[in-house]
Write a protein of this length. Sequence first.
Length: 59
Amino acid sequence: MRTPDDNPRAVFDVFWRTCAENDPLFAPKGIDWNAVRDRYRPTSPPGPPTINCSRSCGT
């Protein structure tokens, strides 16, 4: 079973949802939290991070 740690987009979703559920000031400040999600979620990678081993190992 995958955890949010495996997937940057899932981490983004957990963060976004936590903020949405716990910050009562978005509406009074005029922040459209759904629009914020729509704007920034596509910038998070869709899958697990990858490591270029040859570059990381100096080969």
